[in-house]
Design a protein around this ligand. Structure first.
Ligand code: ASN
Ligand code: ZN
Ligand code: CA
Length: 344
């Protein structure tokens, strides 16, 4: 069969109708993007992996989605691939974000794509990155607490775990684990802003599109005030490394929000935030683009597997020095935002 690149479209769950670059193999379209390293999306068919300590006895499949008309997802040509449209679109946008904003060519900066598996398990309320398959996996949610976990910020979060795995390799426990998680929340959110999708606008909430009424709040996590989730830390303390990594991440998520947007009350894309500081200081933000540039350079140049919060302060200050110079507004804002989350 002849293989060529085609342009199709998909009706997504959360992002409206989106453009998808696909592969035409003979007369069959595949949900595989030759313009982004052949990143593809497959069906896990409600199966699960059987793994112990990273060794897998069996794996859920990733059966490549195919279509006859290159119009994917629900609607007139319903083909069961709706969640797949969101996952493929999410990793497309994340690919573009890293390439166009940070000059990074794919997760490993080698031009190679990864893959998504959707419909993992039954009523599975999670999504995850897995180093052993180098892939992203998404549950459909139980429909009560969560819907399909394929929104932009979730896809950006999971794919960013791959970037961390290829760069700083932050160990997934203790303070470094919190920094690993925060890296995924920060870039997942910056991806959402970058997408500029009017159906899923950028915000500092994580998972706002996937939560359902049974979840009891309007997002999984809140970067302006992480403790709004009932578990995350707003500020560093000597015990923060004992928390689950999705809660110790709060300190860095809060830092990132404060660095970009500043303290106090602010409305962005219709969402109002109110971000406190440890020392009562008033901060002025330097914007999302500079947050992204500083965090990306810190992650890829200065952080290591054992970076803790004190070392993250140094890493981001080094990055700000490289990018903007010592004593600049940006450099001073990094220092002030860490101090405002009690990292000194
Ligand atoms: N959704 C979670 C995450 O990506 C899965 C996990 O607990 N690792 O962080
Ligand atoms: Zn994560
Ligand atoms: Ca979000």
């Amino acid at each position: 069969d002849t293989i060529e690149t085609a342009t199709g479209d998909g009706r997504s769950l959360y992002g409206g109708t989106v453009t998808l670059e696909t592969t035409l193999s003979g007369s069959t379209y595949q949900l595989k993007d030759p313009t982004r390293g052949n990143t593809y999306t497959g069906d896990a068919a409600n199966k699960t992996d059987l793994c112990i300590f990273g060794i897998c006895i069996s794996r859920a499949p990733a059966t490549l989605f195919t279509d006859t008309d290159n119009h994917w997802g629900s609607g007139a040509t319903a083909d069961g691939s709706t969640a797949a449209v969101d996952a493929q679109y999410g990793t497309d946008v994340t690919w573009d974000y890293y390439k166009n904003v940070h000059g990074r060519n794919g997760i490993g900066n080698d031009g190679k794509g990864s893959y998504n598996r959707v419909h993992y398990g039954n009523s599975y309320n999670n999504a995850f990155w897995d180093d052993s398959c180098f892939c992203m996996t998404y549950g459909d949610g139980d429909g009560t607490q969560l819907g399909p976990l394929v929104a932009l910020d979730v896809a950006g979060h999971e794919m960013s775990h791959g970037v961390t795995s290829k760069t700083a390799k932050l160990t997934y426990s203790g303070e470094s684990g919190g920094l690993n998680e925060a890296t995924s929340d920060i870039f997942g959110s910056l991806v959402e802003f970058y997408a500029g999708n009017s159906s899923d606008t950028g915000d500092y909430l994580i998972g706002e599109k996937i939560v359902r009424s049974g979840f009891g709040r309007d997002a999984l996590r809140y970067m302006d005030k992480p403790s709004k989730d009932g578990s995350s830390a707003d500020y560093w303390s000597s015990s923060v490394g004992n928390l689950d990594v999705h809660y110790s991440s709060g300190v860095a998520n809060h830092f990132a929000y404060l660095l970009a947007e500043g303290s106090g009350t602010k409305t962005v894309n219709g969402v109002t935030y109110n971000s406190p500081t440890y020392n009562g200081s008033t901060l002025t933000g330097i914007g999302r683009d500079k947050l992204g540039a500083i965090w990306y350079r810190a992650l890829t140049v200065y952080m290591t597997s054992s970076t803790n919060y004190a070392a993250a302060r140094t890493a981001t200050l080094n990055a700000a020095r490289d990018l903007y110079g010592t004593g600049t507004t940006e450099y001073n804002a990094v220092a002030a935002a860490w101090t405002a989350v009690n990292v000194n």
